[in-house]
Design a binder for this molecule. Structure first.
Ligand code: G
Ligand code: G
Ligand code: NA
Ligand code: MN
Length: 254
């Protein structure tokens, strides 16, 4: 309960901060997207990772104001970077099941993005399979609404949800993110390689972009390049870093 009170205060008082993990396109060697990942900059305990407060936020309903905070701040950062002319990538934002299932989710995000005067095509929402399988009829209409508005949709942690693949036919989706549990042993486990290969092939056949998550080693990168995976994220390139660190990284690359 005390943590819940503190988290509520943290949202109101801007103790949250966004880190960004770059996504690299293999064919060009360019960064094309940044995944926004929230951190809690606690006045006493310092930086707290999301694994320690997102579950609480989901249980308590605080994920709704937290999710809105994340979206607003991602848009604000995007605008700052656009105005400075330094960083022009898409921004990917994680959407929790509770957020997605809120009755006016689409209206709400569209209102926020309109208010922020951001081109929605700069935004991608990362949604897990379990989130979209919850109520498929409702999901189709929400995703179509977001898609018409210009937001891209990626399926996060693809391959580990207990779900059928039939939704891929019906939902307007842009991208599959291969769960990092498959990528981890891609260079020494035959099954993980086969599954990764199959996901990439499936994605391309359906005209979807494919991202490999959790790429940590060059040997993994080489295999993903050979199998024509479009993009990668992972510690090999960069962990999630602050906006300032990211600006520095980009400046050094240029
Ligand atoms: O950044 P890190 O790898 O520690 O994130 C741990 C988990 O927290 C991941 O599953 C990630 O999806 C989740 N997470 C991070 N930032 C956000 C966010 O802004 N919104 C939601 N809903 N989940 C997030
Ligand atoms: O659930 P989601 O896929 O959104 O989680 C993103 C999380 O994955 C972030 O917390 C991030 O810190 C973590 N992450 C990103 N790259 C790597 C990596 O190369 N290895 C591992 N183990 N975790 C990673
Ligand atoms: Na994600
Ligand atoms: Mn993921």
């Amino acid at each position: 309960i005390q943590l819940e009170t503190e988290l509520r205060k943290a949202i109101q008082e801007d103790q949250l901060t966004l880190y960004y993990q770059p996504r690299l396109e293999l064919s060009t060697g360019q960064i094309i997207c940044l995944e926004a990942l929230v951190r809690w900059n606690h006045p006493v305990h310092g930086i707290i990772p999301p694994g320690e407060f997102i579950p609480l936020a989901e249980e308590s309903g605080l994920i709704l104001p937290l999710g809105e905070w994340v979206l607003r701040h991602a848009c604000m950062q995007k605008k700052k970077w656009l105005e400075a002319g330094i960083i022009n990538y898409q921004l990917a934002v994680n959407i929790s099941p509770c957020q997605f299932q809120e009755h006016d989710f689409a209206d709400k995000v569209i209102r926020v993005i309109d208010q922020m005067h951001i081109d929605p095509s700069f935004l991608e929402f990362e949604i897990t399979e379990s989130t979209i399988m919850h109520n498929m009829d409702k999901t189709v209409s929400i995703l179509e609404r977001l898609c018409d508005y210009g937001i891209s949709i990626s399926i996060d942690d693809f391959g580990i949800g207990y779900s059928s693949l039939s939704y891929l036919k019906h939902f307007p989706i842009n991208c599959l993110k291969i769960d990092r549990s498959f990528v981890k042993n891609i260079h020494n486990n035959h099954s993980d390689l086969a599954i990764t290969h199959a996901i990439i092939h499936l994605g391309h056949t359906l005209n979807l972009q494919v991202v490999a998550e959790g790429v940590e080693e060059l040997s993994q990168l080489e295999i993903l390049r050979e199998t024509k995976c479009n993009t990668i994220q992972g510690y090999l390139l960069s962990p999630p870093i602050s906006a300032q660190e990211l600006e520095l990284l980009i400046a050094c690359k240029a």
